[in-house]
Design a protein around this ligand. Sequence first.
Ligand code: BT5
Length: 311
Amino acid sequence: MDANDVIDALADEDTVSGGELAERFGVSRNAVWKHVETLREAGFVVESTSDGYTLEKVPEYGGLAVFHRLRGKTEYVGDEIEYHETVESTNDIAVERAREGVDEGYVVLADRQTGGRGRRERVWESPSGGIWTSVVLRPSFAPRDASLVTLAASVGVARAVEEEGVDATIKWPNDVLVGDKKLCGILVEMEADAESIAHAVVGIGLNANAAPDVPDASPTSLAEHVDAAEVDRGVLTANLLAELEDAYELGDAVLDEWRERSSTLGREVRVETPNEAVEGTAERIDDTGALVVSTDDGERVVTAGDCVHLR
Ligand code: BT5
């Protein structure tokens, strides 16, 4: 039994006594009380009367708050959410947990990162107010289809943003944009051998309530595009995790939805790969997620790089 079980019980029933919970989970009343205290420390208001415990208020953010909002929306993503106020990088922690053997769907969430990472060791600004999270997945598909994880993540984020009433598009490979500004970046880190993927850590950074100052980029936050003064990060994170699981479950069918949501296809682009820059029209993505660019010298297939939308 843990605090998540108490959340489940209190969310389903108006009032539950400590004795009943103790019996249900085969633990002592004192153990139940300790879990209730954990909830209170996390900002839950739990009334205690002679009839038992009643959940009066759920805090806006935190691991348990997101767990509460996620109930019933997923099969396995978010069953366990490790929350920290401040971390260097949620991806670092999630990779460590994945190596330790946590189950698929384990989530690391932080209010703020001091060493957030982008691709190619770039800095990801992660002040308080954003959503900084990493999910451990254990894909059963072959390593050559690994990019499906990345594509699914961007589709999941775009859907969750849409549920806030904001149109988002995906810039190849997996930036989520509002207009032409970057709302969200995704960093997937995998460990695989020739036959199978041991784990994939999907790191998602979404500027919810504040767009940090990034001199070399033009970030935006979701708050800039909604009517309310603030985005409810608890609700948004829960929706995001639910949509991530759903998009991931699509397997290669996610390619079609990615194409529909893409603002890159059909555009003039410059893709900077580690070795060169490829300029032309973004024609399509192939079944491995690679971008096919039609250039003056014919078609080029780009598997990784930074894409700039030219016009
Ligand atoms: C990405 O890299 O877009 C992937 C970002 C992944 C961040 C998440 S947060 C949770 C998890 N834990 C981590 O440590 N990382 C993941 P890339 O495509 O390389 O873009 C990086 C570039 O985006 C930087 O060089 C800046 O120009 C710009 N940038 C930095 N912070 C930003 C922000 N908060 N919003 C928008 N753009 C930003």
